[in-house]
Every structure is written in C-alpha cells, then in structure tokens.
Design a protein around this ligand. Structure first.
Ligand code: ATP
Ligand code: MG
Length: 596
C-alpha cells in the first residue's frame, strides 16, 4: 500500500534557514567529492602508528603521539568536578599517568588481552584507567556507575573480568555482595589512598606511586581486541560488542567529518563512558584529534550545562535527544540569558531527533542541532548531518565518507534486495569494512552471524532514503507497528505529537486489534504548566489525526509523568508494550526512570 510523502519532510525555505552560519570553514565542504575520493587507506595515513612500525594502538594515537610532539603542553582533558573543583591534564600529564597505570597492571601480573572493567563516575581516574589499560593491551570495558550489583556482576562475568577499577563507595555498595560469584576477578583497584588487608584489593595511589611514568607500548595488531561495549538494552538483553585497536581510524575521521573538530576547539561530549558514545566521542575522537575535551562530572541539569557551555567557551557540543527535550521543557529564554557565542556546532545522537528539536536549536541557540546515527555495533558515527550541508529536520543525514549505506528488504531465501525507490521503507544496511565495525558479540557467535547477509551488516533499524540521498529513521524493526497493511514507524507519530505545545515527550507502541492487526497507542509526558485531562487528550488525538491521517494517528493516548528510559536516555517502548499487554518485562538492567 502506498504511503504519502514523509509528513515531516521540510519545505525548501526551512532547509535554507537551518544551514549553519560558520565562524570556521567546515572540514567537509565538498561532500560529494570527498565521498568519492575517500579511502580508509588514506585515513590510516593521518594516524601515527607505533614507533618502528609496530602496529596501531588506540592509546598511542590518542595520547602518546601528542605528548611527544608540539601538543605536549596543551590541555587534553579539562575536568569539572561536582563540587566546583577544576583540574586540567595536558597531553604530557595524560601520557605519564596512563603509563603509570599500564605499568601498574603489568606489575600485578595482568596480561595483554585480559579484561579490565572500569566502574566509576566521570572522575579523572576513569580516563587514565581506560587509556592506561589500552596501553597495556588489555581489553577495556567501561560500565555505567549507576548500575546495580546484578547488572555489574552479569557484565563482569560475561566479559571474564580480571581487573575492576572502581571507588571504595561503589565497591561497598555494589560489588562486595556479588564478589563471590566473580571467580575470575583477581584484582580490584580502588581509587583513593586507603590501604586494604584483602590481597585482591589495591589502593590506586599506592599502585600509581610505585609504577614508572614511562612505558613503551608493545607491538599491537590493529585487529587486537581493545574494547568491550555493552549495548543499551533498549530492545532486549544487552549484547557485548567487541571492538579492536584499529577502530581509532574511524574515531579520528568521524571526529573530523561529523563533529567538525578543528585543532583549537574546546569540545564537550555529554555522554557517560559507560556507553559507547562516552568512550568513542567522550574519550577517543577528541584526543586523537588533539583538541581540548571538557569532562563534566555532574549529571544533567539544564542551567549547569548552559553555564559550562558559557564559561568553558565550548565550540563543539555533542549531546542526546533526551537532554535536548529536557532543555526544551524549560524554554528558549533561559538559553538566551547565557553568552554562548563560542558555540559553533551542535550534534545529537542516541535516538531520533524530532524535527521540533532541530528547529528549537536554531531558535534558542542560533544554530541547529545536527542529528547523527550510529550504534554500539558500528563503533562510530555512520550517518550524519554535516556542518556545511543543509539540514532536513527529522533526517539523520548522509553516510560518512568511507561508509556505504543502503535500504534493503530481507528475502525469504535468506538474502537481501536493495530498495532504490526514494522514501520506501526497509532495513538500514551498511557494507562491511570500516575499521570500527564490531568484530563479534562476546560469546554469542550465532547472534553476531545473523547480523550479516553477504557483504552487508543489517542494523535492525528501519529507515528510508530520499531522492537527495538523505536517510530518514522510521523505527527499530522491533518497534514498528503493523496496522491495516501499513507499517507505522513510532518516530513519525511521536514527532507529530511533539509539535503540540503541551507535549514534552511521546512514545508510541502498537497494541493488538482484531480488525487491523495493531492500533497505535501513545504515551505522553506534558510540559510544565499543562495538566492531563480529557479535553487535552481529545485535542491531542485531533492534532495527531490532522497531522498524520486516520490510518497512522494514535487511537488512544495515556498521560504519564515520565516515560521509562534506559540509563543512556532512550525510551523503552518494549517495556511500555509489555506492561500494557501484561507480558513479561524482560531484562531491565539498563532501566533508569520507572513510571510505575
Ligand atoms: P539494544 O541493542 O541492546 O536494544 P540499543 O540499540 O539502544 O540497545 P545502542 O547501540 O546504544 O543500543 O543504540 C543504538 C540504537 O539507537 C540504533 O540502532 C538506533 O535504533 C538508535 N539511534 C541512535 N542514534 C539514532 C538517531 N540519530 N536516530 C534514530 N535512532 C538512533
Ligand atoms: Mg541495538
């Protein structure tokens, strides 16, 4: 059945209005030319390689090569503590500290390839531990500090953790009770200077003091496993995605192309390193590009964030739709009371960015948010709205140079067929071969194999491509609603609801219906100053019907104070659906706010 053109496609004057105005020439100006010319071989030449042609190690590219060159005294990380303290680490400082940590691991007898888990808030030691462990060629897995004991134990167990770096407080509250289960966990390193009786517990400062500050990274094959990242668990049980040292080539290039990082930029990625964004772009991409990266220990608070942007003169800012929607709740006048004149480029990832949010960015900040798309599995940004190109609000943008993206249909014989017709939905697929592609799901060979058909990696997300080559997110394959022969993507329904001035957030699911298969049901959280009532419900139903037509618009709307989300801020539609239908709730290890 044919569908009308995408209802959120912008008009051409909206596109022009949302093109950025530049205080610096963007890195990628000739998109088509660069896309044609680009090869990953050329990209590798922008990296350094270990001295003596001994391969590629992430920590060398991110830290040591700058510490050995003109950027040695440049601030690599500017850390802003919760209680107002502020510490700066130059590339030289970071190189020395990470060398100490690498030596400390080796002094403990930890071997290359062994797993080092890191569980702490955004403390400076987190950054030192991650990069130091990579120098020692251990495999690093950063965990989110708000996880409870069970999710921590499960991940350390699946990942065969040999070392855990954490704080004494977190250890007592979250690890001690499950420690007995973790037979392979030989060492727990606790940030601070207390000493311990237990042979397996070590004080960070004692280990660091006795370790040497010089370290020569041993030969590292770019295919050596470097990082183990667990997915967000939005659609089910989290998977452990394996990434290799060579991934740094993708972190480097995507930092240049998609985040438009320039040499003298101050960059801020708001994501926690417990999720892949906080590692790939909160640690690796800014460092390999030699910029100054701001790290904020405190959790989200709109006014605090605006103060950071103002005071630190942040030039490039990478954040997430959930935070943007919270800022929108407070309105644009608050934003305008800050001097954000240094801010040149704003990007967003993690969930679809509603067109409303893109336009709001322009209105409140004077520049739009640039949505980009990727996954834990892809290791880095794959599709993006670029600084120099017009934005179409609601679109994820264009594939990066070096990335071939397609819309495909799965065939009954197990193959896939490409869909070339513009705006026809199918599964988003990427051709294998970029450096930060996962090399496996840990201990889940079969699940990994199923992601590939021939040369193509199938992402599990549905999307469409327009005649200009821009990609439009439809929904996760698991979340798509099938109603009277239509495939309805939750994103377009949610975006239409978000356009109503009373709506702060919306989530849409399908519920079984004997006549049409499934009908659309929406859950809505309101902005301050709006009360849930029958009139508003009717108004929203009418608004959505007018905007989307009767086949696609929701038949039911429930009001909620909050929507259930993962700790990385993604709406968990599967949980809303399970609760609505009285089904098992499944793995809730990554659930953050609970609406019950
Ligand atoms: P799990 O795989 O465990 O269910 P998850 O898919 O949420 O969790 P992540 O790898 O953190 O785990 O998230 C990647 C997914 O997030 C993408 O596959 C996509 O569904 C969604 N996503 C990320 N960025 C965007 C974006 N810009 N627009 C739309 N969706 C996005
Ligand atoms: Mg996923």
């Amino acid at each position: 059945m044919s569908r009308p053109a995408h209802p959120i496609e912008p008009s051409s004057d909206q596109i022009t209005k949302l093109s950025s105005s530049f205080s610096k020439v963007p890195n990628l100006t000739d998109y088509a030319g660069e896309y044609m010319r680009f090869t990953w071989r050329d990209a590798w030449r922008l990296l350094d390689g270990l001295p003596g042609e001994k391969g590629y190690n992430i920590a060398h590219e991110a830290v040591d090569r700058h510490a050995a060159g003109p950027k040695a005294d440049k601030v690599a990380i500017r850390w802003l503590g919760k209680s107002g303290d502020r510490r700066e680490f130059t590339y030289r400082d970071l190189s020395e500290a990470t060398s100490r940590f690498a030596n400390a691991l080796i002094n403990l007898g930890v071997l290359p390839g062994e797993r080092v888990f890191v569980l702490m808030g955004r403390l400076p030691e987190l950054y030192v531990a991650v990069l130091g462990a990579l120098k020692a060629r251990c495999v690093v897995s950063p965990l989110f500090s708000a996880f409870g004991p069970e999710p921590i134990a499960t991940r350390v167990e699946i990942g065969d953790g040999r070392v855990l770096v954490t704080t004494l407080g977190l250890y007592r509250r979250k690890v001690e009770s499950v420690r007995a289960k973790l037979a392979g966990l030989a060492h727990v390193i606790l940030v601070g200077d207390e000493t311990f009786e237990d042979a397996g517990l070590h004080a960070w400062s004692a280990l660091m003091e006795t370790a040497s500050a010089s370290f020569a990274i041993a030969p590292t094959d770019p295919e050596d496993m470097a990082l183990l990242h667990f997915t967000s668990g939005t659609t089910g049980r989290p998977k452990g995605a394996i990434h290799v040292h060579g991934a740094i080539a993708a972190h480097h290039m995507t930092g240049i192309y998609a985040l438009d990082l320039h040499d003298d930029d101050v960059f801020w990625c708001t994501a926690d390193p417990g999720w892949v964004t906080g590692t790939s772009y909160g640690i690796l991409a800014p460092l390999t590009n030699g910029v100054t990266s701001v790290v904020v220990e405190a959790e989200f608070d709109a006014q605090t964030w605006y103060s950071v942007l103002q005071r630190e003169r942040v030039n490039v800012w990478y954040t997430a739709p959930t935070a943007i929607r919270m800022m929108m709740r407070l309105g644009s006048d608050v934003v305008k009371s800050y001097d954000l004149s240094a801010l040149r480029f704003m990007a967003s990832v993690g969930e679809p960015l509603n067109p409303e949010a893109v336009v709001w960015g322009q209105e409140a900040f004077g520049i739009p948010f640039h949505d980009n798309w990727w996954q834990t599995e892809t290791g880095g940004i794959m599709i993006a709205n670029f600084a120099a190109l017009p934005i179409k609000p609601g679109s994820m943008g264009l594939p990066l140079p070096g990335i071939a993206a397609a819309i495909v249909r799965r065939l009954k014989n197990g193959g896939v067929d490409g869909i070339d017709t513009p705006m026809v939905e199918g599964e988003l697929a990427l051709r294998k071969g970029w450096p930060s592609m996962m090399r496996g799901y840990l201990n889940e060979e079969e699940r990994y194999r199923k992601c590939f058909v021939g040369d193509w990696y199938l992402t599990g997300d549905l999307a469409k491509r327009d005649s200009d080559g821009y990609f439009w997110f439809v929904g996760r394959a698991d979340d798509v609603i099938k109603s009277a022969g239509h495939l309805i993507g939750p994103f377009e329904v949610e975006s239409a609801l978000m356009e109503h001035p009373a709506v702060a957030e919306a989530a849409v699911i399908g519920i079984p219906d004997p006549t049409v298969g499934e009908v659309v049901k929406a859950f809505v959280a309101l902005k301050p100053g709006h009360e849930p009532n029958e009139n508003l419900r009717k108004e929203l139903l009418g608004h959505a019907r007018k905007r989307l037509g009767p086949a696609v618009s929701p038949k039911q709307i429930d009001f909620r104070a909050n929507l259930p989300k993962t700790r990385s801020g993604k709406i968990m539609r599967r949980l809303l659906r399970a609760r609505e239908l009285g089904l098992p709730e499944g793995d809730l290890s990554t659930l953050e706010s609970d609406e019950k």
